[in-house]
Design a protein around this ligand. Structure first.
Ligand code: 2HA
Ligand code: ZN
Length: 270
């Protein structure tokens, strides 16, 4: 058995969370991440029969039965993850049609997984139904995307089109656009169900006046996805109150589709 702290998935998780904190996206206990792990990968570091605790979830995701996740803990600070990985993170196996999670490692102070576990697990199930390679669900509170939800129309097409116009990279990185939920109470099954539904058509889901969810094949890609949308929002917040003299037109966006072999969300370009 190899030492857990040498596991590449754990090292990468700590690096990404630290980087997110450094970007100002995860104040205090803000944000949460879940990373699906392969059983064969986990077996190198853990005795898969040694269950520390069984934690009820309060929802069902039968699609995830038997799947393993490295997940951030509730009330934990991304800032502190690097100093105490086992206190701030846990590795769980989903069992009983998603109604419970067996803790195999971490959450060493007796804590539980993130309060947003419903949204994470339901979003994994939704993403896997449209992309079998999806492994990551990531949530954070980036300043500019959050600011934008106070001053911009929350219509998904309009929100997406604005971001696409704010930087040439945006349509290339998220051609399917950004989905948006109105303000809702967080940490509930209801916001989990609503987010998962939105995750079927886009890897980014904005929570108005709260933050954003991203999903993807790995931590790096998912971080980059949020980073690109947040850059678009940063430009928007810098220029929204100024007279705009130049922009990226729909014709330009069509040119980018051709050049980078991406297809913009149906009906989003004129
Ligand atoms: O875990 O970000 O949405 C803190 C949060 C809740
Ligand atoms: Zn949050």
């Amino acid at each position: 058995m190899r030492p857990m702290l040498s596991a590449p998935f754990l090292v990468e998780m700590i690096r990404i969370a630290t980087n997110m904190y450094d970007h100002g996206w995860d104040e205090r206990n803000g944000g949460n991440i879940s990373l699906m792990l392969d059983e064969d990968e986990v077996r190198n570091y853990l005795d898969l029969t040694a269950v520390t605790r069984r934690i009820s979830t309060g929802f069902e995701t039968p699609e995830l039965d038997g799947k393993y996740f490295l997940v951030t803990g509730t009330g934990k600070y991304f800032k502190n993850m690097q100093y105490d990985p086992a206190g701030n993170l846990g590795i769980v196996r989903i069992v009983d049609r998603g109604r419970a999670a067996e803790l195999l490692w971490g959450l060493s102070d007796g804590g539980s997984f993130t309060s947003e576990f419903p949204t994470h697990m339901m979003s994994h199930a939704a993403r896997l139904s449209v992309d079998p390679e999806n492994r990551v669900v990531m949530h954070c509170h980036p300043q500019n995307l959050l600011s934008m939800t106070y001053v911009h129309d929350l219509d998904e097409r309009e929100f997406t089109r604005t971001l696409w116009r704010m930087s040439t990279e945006c349509i290339v990185v998220f051609p399917e656009g950004v989905n948006v939920l109105p303000w809702m109470v967080c940490g509930t099954n209801e916001i989990g169900i609503a987010t998962a539904e939105k995750m079927k058509t886009a890897r980014l889901v904005v929570w108005a006046a709260h933050g954003i969810y991203g999903s993807g094949k790995n931590l790096d890609e998912t971080f980059g996805l949020i980073e690109t949308a947040e850059k678009g929002a940063l430009i928007y917040m810098k220029i929204a109150h100024l007279p705009v003299l130049n922009t990226i037109t729909d014709e330009n966006l069509h040119q980018l589709e051709k050049r980078f072999n991406v297809k913009a969300r149906e009906g989003y370009l004129d």
